[in-house]
Design a protein around this ligand. Structure first.
Ligand code: GAP
Length: 486
C-alpha cells in the first residue's frame, strides 16, 4: 500500500488535502492524473447505468431540507458509538478500537476480567469469540481493562457515546437550530424526494431507475487506509423503483450487472467477492443486502452495496412530508408504493480499487540488452488518464515536427501527452507508471515511409502503422469494454 500511496503522490494522482498546512485528516485532493482517472470511473459508471431506456439521471443539491434526514432515519440512526481517552483526548470508534486489539492483548484482558475461566492455554478461536461476545454484552468492563493505543494509559476511556456522523452547518446568517442543515451523508435521498418529479417529467413506467453521482460527507471518527474511509467522498448511486413482488428478481439482476461492471473494467475476479449482510445485521431499511468487496492490501473492503430497501424510503418521505408519493399503474389501475433496489458504489473507493489492482512491478528489457524493474499501472484503457503518448525519437532531423503534427491530429479525440525529453526507454517507463496504454514513436523510418511505431503498455509489443491509420486504430482499441447491458 505504501508504494501505491507514494506513486499516487509522485505522479499526481492524489495529494493530501491542505498539505502545506499539515493536511486535513480524511480529506484528499485529486491531482492532474487522478482527476482524469476519477472522471473516467464516473463516466464509465454513468455510461453503464444511464445509457439505457429505463434509467434517468439527476443531480440533486448537497444541502437538503433537514426533515429529509429525520425521514431517512439518519438523525436517529446514523451514529457510531465512540469513546475518548480522558488523558490524551484521542477519540476512537468503539468497534474499531476493539477490532485493532491484538490476540495477545485480548488473552491478557480476558484473564484479567475472568481469571478462573481463562487461565492456561486457550484456543485462539475461543479467545476471539469470548472477546467478541464481551464487546457486545459488556463494553464498559472491557474499556476499563484496556490501554489507550495513543498514550498507553489504562482505564482512561470515557463511557461509549453515540456520535452522529452527519456534518451540521447553518443556512443564512443566524446560527440557531431552526437554520441547521446537514451536508448529505449519501446521495440517495436526493433521488427519493424527486421520485415523482422525475417520473412525471420523463414519463417512465415501473420498473425504472434514477442515477446520480455526487459528493457525500461523513464525519468518520476513524479515517484510514488512504481513500478507503474519508470524510468527503463521491458516491455513484442508482435507485431502481419496482413493483412489490418483483423486487427479488430485480435485486438479482442488479447484483449481476454491478459485479460485471467491475470485472469488465479490469478488476481481477479473484480479488472480488460478495458479502451478504446477516439477517440480524441488516440496516434498518433493508430486506436483503450484499456488498461487493475488493481485496485491498489491508484486507477485504466494501466498494459497493446492493440493497433491497423495500418501500421504506418512499413511505417515510410520504409520512414526513405529507405528500402522496404513490405510483399509479395505468394498466392495472392500482396505486402502490414502489420497492427500491439500490446500487450504491463509492467513486473514490472504486478509484482506489482500480489503482491498487492495476499496480504491477515486473521485469522489462533495457536498451543495453539487460533487464530492469518497471512499475506499470495496467489500467483498463477506458480508465487510463492519458490515452496516448507521442515521442520523437530524437530532437532533430524533422522528427519533432512530424510528432507535433500527429499530436495536433489526435488531441481533439484523445487525451494525449507529448514528451521529447530523455532516452526513449525512460519515456516509456514514465508512461507505464502513469498507466498510458499506447506510446507512438516517430523515428527515421517515419521520415521515409510515413509510419510510426505504436507500443502497447502491458505486452510492450511494438508494431509499425501508417500515420493516417493512427486515429482509427486508437478509436477501436480504446472503445472496447468488457461491459454488456442485458
Ligand atoms: N445509500 C446507501 C449508502 O450510502 P453505504 O454502504 O453507507 O450505503 C455506499 O455507502 C458506498 O459509499 C460504499 O460501498 C463505499 O464505496 C462508499 N463510502 C461510504 N462511506 C465512505 C467513506 N467514508 N469514504 C469513502 N467511501 C465511502
Amino acid at each position: 500500500m505504501d508504494k501505491i500511496v507514494s506513486l499516487a503522490k509522485r505522479r499526481g494522482f492524489v495529494f493530501q488535502s491542505s498539505e502545506i498546512y499539515g493536511g486535513l485528516n480524511g480529506c484528499w485532493d485529486y491531482g492532474p492524473l487522478g482527476v482524469e482517472l476519477l472522471r473516467n470511473v464516473k463516466e464509465e459508471w454513468w455510461r453503464a447505468m444511464t445509457y439505457r431506456e429505463d434509467v434517468e439521471g439527476i443531480d440533486a443539491s448537497i444541502l437538503m431540507h433537514p426533515r429529509v434526514w429525520e425521514a431517512s432515519g439518519h438523525v436517529e440512526n446514523f451514529t457510531d458509538p465512540m469513546v475518548d481517552c480522558k488523558q490524551c483526548k484521542a477519540r476512537y470508534r468503539l468497534d474499531v478500537l476493539f477490532e485493532d486489539i491484538s490476540l495477545k492483548k485480548k488473552k491478557e484482558v480476558l484473564r484479567e476480567l475472568e481469571p478462573e475461566k481463562y487461565q492456561g492455554q486457550q484456543k485462539d478461536e475461543v479467545v476471539e469469540n469470548a472477546f467478541a461476545q464481551l464487546s457486545e454484552s459488556s463494553p464498559g468492563s472491557l474499556l476499563k481493562a484496556l490501554s489507550c493505543p495513543n498514550c498507553g494509559n489504562k482505564g482512561t476511556f470515557t463511557d461509549a457515546r453515540k456520535f452522529n456522523l452527519m456534518f451540521k452547518t447553518f443556512v443564512g446568517s443566524v446560527e440557531d437550530s431552526s437554520a441547521a442543515v446537514y451536508l448529505r451523508p449519501e446521495t440517495a435521498q436526493g433521488i427519493y424526494v424527486n421520485f415523482l418529479n422525475v417520473q412525471s417529467a420523463s414519463r417512465q413506467k415501473l420498473p425504472f431507475g434514477v442515477a446520480q453521482v455526487g459528493k457525500a460527507f461523513r464525519n468518520e471518527i476513524n479515517t484510514k487506509n488512504f481513500l478507503f474511509r474519508t470524510r468527503e467522498f463521491e458516491q455513484m448511486e442508482m435507485q431502481y423503483f419496482v413493483k412489490p413482488g418483483t423486487d427479488e428478481k430485480w435485486f438479482e439482476y442488479w447484483r449481476e450487472q454491478r459485479m460485471e461492471w467491475f470485472v469488465g473494467l479490469g478488476l481481477r475476479k479473484d480479488k472480488l467477492q460478495w458479502h451478504r449482510h446477516e439477517k440480524g445485521k441488516l440496516a434498518h431499511y433493508a430486506k436483503d443486502a450484499y456488498d461487493i468487496e475488493y481485496r485491498f492490501p489491508f484486507g477485504w473492503g466494501e466498494v459497493e452495496g446492493v440493497h433491497n430497501r423495500t418501500d421504506y424510503d418512499l413511505s417515510r418521505h410520504e409520512q414526513f412530508s405529507g405528500k402522496n408519493l404513490k405510483y399509479f399503474d395505468e394498466e392495472t389501475k392500482e396505486k402502490f408504493t414502489p420497492f427500491i433496489i439500490e446500487t450504491s458504489a463509492g467513486a473514490s473507493r472504486s478509484f482506489m480499487a482500480f489503482l491498487v489492482d492495476s499496480y504491477a512491478e515486473e521485469q522489462a528489457p533495457t536498451a543495453e540488452g539487460g533487464t530492469e524493474v518497471r512499475t506499470v499501472l495496467k489500467l483498463h484503457p477506458r480508465l487510463a488518464p492519458t490515452k496516448v503518448a507521442i515521442f520523437p525519437l530524437v530532437n532533430r532531423e524533422g522528427m519533432p515536427d512530424v510528432a507535433r503534427k500527429i499530436e495536433a491530429e489526435l488531441r481533439p479525440h484523445f487525451r494525449v501527452f507529448y514528451d521529447d525529453s530523455g532516452a526513449v526507454g525512460r519515456r516509456y517507463r514514465r508512461q507505464d507508471e502513469a498507466g498510458t496504454p499506447y506510446c507512438i514513436t516517430v523515428d527515421s523510418q517515419t521520415l521515409q515511409d510515413q509510419t510510426v511505431t505504436i507500443r502497447e503498455r502491458d505486452s510492450m509489443r511494438q508494431e509499425r502503422i501508417a500515420i493516417q491509420k493512427l486515429n482509427s486504430y486508437l478509436q477501436h482499441a480504446l472503445s472496447e469494454t468488457g461491459i454488456s447491458i442485458k
